[in-house]
Ligand binder design. Structure first.
Ligand SMILES: C[S@@+](CC[C@H](N)C(=O)[O-])C[C@H]1O[C@@H](n2cnc3c(N)ncnc32)[C@H](O)[C@@H]1O
Length: 258
């Protein structure tokens, strides 16, 4: 089910799940913001194996999940970390809490209260994890673009802290070392290449040692070629697709004319 939201202000509103946002003045589609548990453009098993191994000798890992939408993404990561750590008999507390942030106030309002909007395809996955999610009888607002609302049980919910934030300004608070910045499937909404390059450069400058940037498949398309930008700024590929090492030595980047 897809619902339609009238956006009454000229500034774009960002929404999540299956909501669509239209610019009220032009009536044109601005955004179709989707997310879901274990979104397929990241190999979650490989990613979590990589994190556990990379940070095996680190006491604290700072995870920031920007553009977290309704929380599906940080919950996917938390679930996989707990599952893998239990199997390996290692402690995963150092990865928590995950700092999850989004510019969409409505999504963050819901997430902070432990609610997860779901559609039919989500429900299949959610029912596989009764220890973490339970279906509520709440009838979703039309503008959420979902079929049902699920409650996230506190054991999982407590692994994530949600905050309303714009990555462009909030990025300045990231800790310099042992940080993982997830910023996936949202760069297309930044204001063109200038803002995208700016963000890639800021992240590169702020993160010093042992840090990663994780993007999504939407960052590797012709209209939004973030992957080439990352290479300009010295980010290097890791064995996991869409996961990049942030360079420790800050190289002079190729000339950019603004
Ligand atoms: C397509 S969803 C991606 C959600 C999730 N990262 C994923 O890959 O499934 C895009 C999200 O980016 C958020 N967003 C857009 N611009 C943002 C910004 N400047 N700062 C933080 N979040 C932003 C939107 O609100 C929306 O929830």
């Amino acid at each position: 089910m897809i619902s339609y939201v009238d956006n009454t202000c000229r500034k774009p509103n960002f929404t999540s799940n299956l909501r669509r946002v239209y610019d009220a003045s032009t009536n044109s589609l601005l955004y179709l913001n989707t997310t879901g548990l274990f979104r397929k453009d990241l190999d979650w098993d490989k990613f979590v194996d990589f994190l556990i191994s990379k940070y095996k000798n680190t006491d604290k890992v700072n995870i920031y999940c920007y553009a977290c939408s309704d929380g599906s993404e940080p919950y996917s990561l938390a679930i996989k970390l707990m599952e893998k750590a239990a199997k390996l008999g290692v402690d995963c507390d150092k990865f928590f809490p995950i700092n999850a942030k989004d510019i969409d106030a409505k999504m963050i309002f819901m997430a902070k209260r432990g609610y997860l909007p779901a559609n039919e395809s989500d429900e299949k996955i959610l029912t596989e994890y009764p220890q973490y999610f339970e279906k509520t009888h709440i009838i979703p607002d039309l503008d959420l673009g979902c079929d049902s609302i699920w409650r996230v049980r506190s054991y999982l919910k407590n692994k994530v802290i949600f905050q309303h934030a714009d990555i462009n300004t909030d990025i300045n608070i990231v800790k310099p070392n042992n940080s993982v910045v997830m910023a996936r499937n949202f760069w297309i909404y930044l204001d063109g290449d200038f803002q995208r390059r700016n963000l890639a450069r800021n992240i590169q400058a702020l993160l010093k040692k042992n840090s990663l940037l994780v993007v999504g498949n939407s960052e590797n398309i012709r209209q939004c070629d973030v992957v080439s930008t990352l290479s300009d700024f010295g980010y290097t590929k890791t064995p996991v697709k869409n996961v990049f090492d942030v360079p420790e030595r800050k190289i002079k980047y190729k000339s950019i004319y603004y």
